[in-house]
Design a binder for this molecule. Structure first.
Ligand SMILES: C[S@@+](CC[C@H](N)C(=O)[O-])C[C@H]1O[C@@H](n2cnc3c(N)ncnc32)[C@H](O)[C@@H]1O
Length: 387
């Protein structure tokens, strides 16, 4: 694997607001139970070497990272008063964004009633990969909740005041671009992606690598809260509201880049196309604002409102100014006007999507498949003896 880093200071009813709707299920192709010890089986195709990294830390905040996979330089880019991890990724990685992501995490926790994932909980020793971990809140909480699991948390960016400072022995942060070839030695039981729309040029390629690096029977989870035209509803906003003007401009600016910002990667077909089975999507609609009467929903709505309003500039500034049609002042001005509209808007909501899929047992190595078949036969014989 590539370079590890350690963050350096301490650091989220049954009405129309918060319904969990299971909208799609693709039938699984097999139903084998996992055998004990299965996770130890290493996919022979993963024979890359990933040790022996060098990390030179310059005084100006530039990190040169050498790995067997790639060599890249992390040099923060300062633009219009925000800090970015490179020239391409559209979201900043400064303190304001880190705080926003910490609140996003708390909101996700509340949304899932304290759970961290919609995928089956890790059972015993397991390996979990968190792609694009950001400040690392999810990875650290998974490490706390599942002390027998080993968590690898990767990103192209260093959030130097993330919860990683807690330094759990089973949580490892690594610098890694998920669009490059993955070079992990051992397969994972769960691979997690959250809030990564706009991060990748080619989601199919990333999903293919996730498939390859899961053990047979392992799960992928993709969660997204990006408020786009499909997922954000604000009944009181007119079509010519500042928010809608801003949202249209953001959509056109994003479309002009190689990094899709829509929800195509959240269709179940995007996982089945690379071989996942038992694909499920869950849509949870949450309030944006303090308008709900229910106290829990109001608290959630307030949290979502904060991250939503803070996210307007974070999500738009770089891409809009890059078009040449917007100045930074112009973007900040419209963001402020849109904020005022949304803050008082009643009934606004955003739909968060979770999607899970399983790597089928038919992809287990030959020996394991044989063991499973024999086990099945033995079970059937035992059953018929009892009858
Ligand atoms: C919006 S943040 C989400 C962080 C975290 N997953 C969460 O839910 O709080 C997106 C993260 O993806 C990272 N990222 C963007 N492009 C990436 C890539 N090609 N490989 C790995 N991480 C990437 C960014 O640096 C950023 O930390």
């Amino acid at each position: 694997m590539v370079q590890s880093f350690k963050p350096s200071a301490e650091p989220g009813s049954n009405d129309r607001i918060a319904q969990t709707i299971e909208v799609e299920v693709d039938d699984e192709d097999d139903q084998y139970e996992l055998l004990e010890g299965e996770r130890e089986i290493v996919d022979d195709s993963n024979n890359n070497d990933d040790d022996d990294n060098d990390n030179d830390d310059d005084e100006d905040g530039t990190y040169s990272i050498t790995s067997t996979r790639s060599q890249f330089t992390i040099q923060p880019v300062y633009e219009n008063g925000r800090r970015y991890c490179n020239d391409t990724y559209f979201m900043p990685n400064d303190d304001a964004e880190q705080t926003r992501l910490n609140i996003v995490h708390q909101a996700f926790l509340m949304l899932l009633d304290g759970e961290l994932t919609k995928a089956p909980a890790p059972n015993g020793p397991s390996r979990i990969l968190d792609i694009g971990t950001g400040p690392g809140d999810w990875a650290v909480e998974m490490g706390e909740m599942y002390p027998n699991a080993e968590i690898i948390a990767t990103d192209i960016s260093v959030f130097d005041a993330g919860p990683g400072i807690i330094g759990l022995p089973n949580v490892h942060f690594q610098l890694d671009d998920a669009e490059e070839e993955w070079t992990y030695h051992e397969p994972f039981d769960l691979i997690h992606f959250r809030c990564l729309t706009g991060a990748f040029r080619n989601w199919d390629g990333v999903y293919r690598q996730a498939f390859k690096h899961l053990r047979a029977g392992g799960y992928i989870e993709v969660a997204e809260s990006e408020p786009d035209f499909e997922s954000f509803i604000a009944p009181e906003l007119k079509s010519d509201s500042y928010y809608n003007i801003l949202a249209s401009a953001m959509r056109s600016a994003a479309d002009a880049t190689d990094f899709p910002r829509g929800r195509d990667h959240l269709r179940s077909s995007s996982l089945t196309a690379v071989g996942f089975v038992d694909v499920r999507t869950y849509d949870i609609t949450v309030p944006v604002g303090t308008w709900p009467d229910d106290p829990k929903q109001r608290t959630l709505g307030k949290m979502i409102l904060i991250v939503f309003l803070e996210g307007l500039e974070a999500r738009s500034l770089r891409q809009l100014t890059a078009t040449g049609n917007w100045t930074a002042e112009g973007v900040r001005d419209i963001c402020e006007k849109a904020r005022l509209e949304i803050a008082v808007s009643k009934g606004a909501s955003v739909t968060v999507r979770f999607m899970t899929g399983r790597k089928p047992m038919s992809h287990a190595p030959h020996r394991l498949r044989r063991q499973l078949q024999i086990q099945k036969l033995v079970d059937e014989m035992k059953k018929s003896e009892l009858q």
